[in-house]
Design a protein around this ligand. Structure first.
Ligand code: ATP
Length: 391
């Protein structure tokens, strides 16, 4: 059903009339059949980028190419791209069949072809039993699938999706996520998908583009972003619960933190040596899942760092437990941290509360002390002002 579509954004910039630079020199090559996710906090420029690809927003500077051709000046309807929005605007008086077939009717496609295309789309979307119903008699997820059906029947070069699942409840969102991924793979249509939800991004895309304030922070596979975030912003944005951050001071072959002295492992020492001017004062990042209940760690796990803290809150998730604890003894210069937060766009740095993700077997209790264990090789070391990950 699909045709080849490679989308290239070459230093694409959007400057609005009031001077707001919503997207700043955005460079991205999207391969044919690729599923790319644009993710970032509200206002980072995701929708503006998508709208420029769709042609709904003019490009102020740079070039947009589809299959090697400049399309900056091409009208939206001539770009052969289908957009799926969060509000699906179906026609209430039309049946599902008529709603899905509507773009083909507009394009004056003959009846037999129209029937065949609608049947095909309905089959892919599991909508065959509902073709004669009106939208009012459908669930939210089914309505969203009808909206996707309208995009699919056109066999466009690319799908652009702007938060298509945000009006659905949590359970349906997860179901629709897998359907979208399956449909995209089956059709092989190049897709650009916008979301502010990092979990959605991590589960859907082949490649994720993380944006902040109109700028790309990092492009990578979910695994790369999780394991090797380039800076504090990405480190804090990817992963749930978020990475813990604590200030640290490098002294000899260790870093002093409120969690104790963390030895710098061979790997980390080598990474730090690869950078010029590593500051003494750094930010240490540790993922909640790197922390373990020391009482459950066997001796064969090698050298670890342990610290003890009083647990404030325990959330039991069934397969794991989240234990939140505060660092009451942390003599942290809050003004300094506020400055770091501003510079790096990371809101978590000064958080006095840390979180551990523990095995469900952990006997951790609220109000009790917990001895926490972690592998010193699991830490990330960040430059505090640029936010660059030095490890
Ligand atoms: P959200 O997740 O909230 O939809 P977003 O990442 O999609 O956010 P955009 O809608 O692309 O962000 O907006 C990016 C920036 O451009 C924001 O700062 C926004 O206020 C600004 N902006 C959007 N439209 C206009 C406009 N017409 N004029 C001026 N500024 C605008």
């Amino acid at each position: 059903m699909s045709t080849v579509a490679e989308i290239v954004l070459d230093k694409v910039t959007k400057k609005f009339a009031d001077g707001t630079v919503a997207v700043d020199s955005f460079n991205l090559d999207i391969a044919d059949q690729e599923f790319v996710i644009l993710v970032g906090p509200s206002g980072c420029g995701k929708s503006t980028t998508l709208n420029m690809i769709a042609g709904l927003e003019d490009i102020s500077d740079g070039e947009l190419r589809i299959d090697g051709k400049r399309v900056n000046e091409v009208a939206p309807r001539d770009r052969d791209i289908a957009m799926v929005f969060q509000s699906y605007a179906l026609y209430p008086h039309m049946t599902v069949r008529e709603n899905i077939g509507f773009p083909l009717k507009l394009a004056k496609v003959d009846k037999a072809t129209m029937k065949q295309k609608v049947d095909e789309a309905a089959q892919i979307l599991d909508l065959t039993p509902y073709l004669d119903r009106k939208p009012g008699a459908l669930s939210g997820g089914q309505r969203q699938r009808v909206a996707m059906g309208r995009a699919i029947v056109r066999s466009p070069k690319a799908f652009l999706m702007d938060e298509p699942l945000s009006n659905l409840d949590a359970k349906l969102r997860v179901q629709m996520r897998t359907s979208i991924s399956r449909i995209q793979k089956r059709l092989g249509t190049t897709t650009v998908y916008v979301t502010h939800d990092q979990t959605e991004a991590m589960t859907l895309g082949d490649r994720i583009v993380i944006m902040r304030a109109g700028l790309i922070q990092q492009v990578g596979s979910p695994q790369e972003l999780y394991e090797r975030p380039v800076n504090l912003f990405v480190a804090g944005f990817i992963g749930s619960p978020s990475m813990n951050f604590v200030p640290g001071t490098i002294a000899e072959n260790a870093v002093d933190t409120v969690l104790g002295k963390i030895p710098l492992t061979e790997r980390i020492r080598r990474s730090l040596e690869g950078h010029k001017d590593v500051p003494r004062d750094v930010i240490i990042g540790i993922r909640p899942e790197a922390f373990e209940d020391a009482s459950l760690v066997d001796g064969g796990r090698g050298e670890g760092v342990t610290f003890t803290s009083q647990v404030d809150i325990v959330e039991s998730m069934g397969s794991e437990k989240f234990a939140y604890f505060s660092l009451e003894n942390a003599h942290v210069d809050s003004e300094h941290l506020a400055e770091i937060e501003r510079d790096t766009g990371s809101e978590e740095i000064g958080a006095a509360q840390l979180v551990t993700e523990l095995d469900a077997r952990s006997p951790v209790r609220e109000g009790r002390a917990l001895e926490v264990w972690f592998d010193p090789d699991s830490i990330h070391v960040f430059e505090p002002h640029s936010g660059v990950n030095l490890t």
